[in-house]
Design a protein around this ligand. Sequence first.
Ligand code: CDP
Length: 235
Amino acid sequence: MAYKKRYDGRGFKETRETKATANILKRADGSGEFSFGNSKAIVSVYGPKRVYPAFLEDADKALLRCYYDMISFSVKERKRPGPSRRSSEISLVSAGALKPALLLNEFPHTVIDVFIMITQADASTRVAGINAATIALANAGIPMTDLPAAVSIGKMGDTLVVDVNKEEEDYEEDGKHAATDIAICVLPRTKKISLLQLDGKITPEELKKVINMAFRAAPEINKKQIEALKNVEEL
Ligand code: CDP
């Protein structure tokens, strides 16, 4: 059985509705919100600021620390508050996805903290979080060489789709889980990939298509991020 029509009626290369806002929190140095349909992330950025304990500081560049977490009510079954293996992993890969675009060497001896909070989860939250973090970092005035755009690509049976929701992530064929979920962050200007995580199976040919789909989805994501940054409202 092939996945011929998406559960929510979208085209295979179509993302869910995306929304983006910059400067949503008064106390943060920068903040932003990004959503793919019902997956929503808010991000606050603090810094560049002094590093405590000081031995952690880098004389050449700012440290970038990301903290990803999901609010307890963001998922159907209450999520236990506090960090987990999953949140530690996503925090680490989110920092890795953002770092290549940031001019961290302009802020030696400092740290930039990025708090990524998922308020509502319907799969693809790490990529929503990275897109929100891009907005928040730009809103904080951190100079960038590129605007990271992250999206998930899924393979349901043999069908490749852009922006996987939870129902698709749980796709089954003959009673068996048959979905592959790939999180990708691209740097469109320099044509680099700063995140590629694959959960499932895929052929090399399919992976090439997946990467192309991510690059093709990027302009629309960047457009929303830029619009948000241009339309900042004073708090
Ligand atoms: O969210 P993302 O796709 O980046 O990461 P995941 O670990 O593949 O999680 C996929 C989805 O599973 C999340 O977006 C949530 O919708 C759901 N999930 C959940 O319901 N409860 C958890 N404790 C973790 C994830």
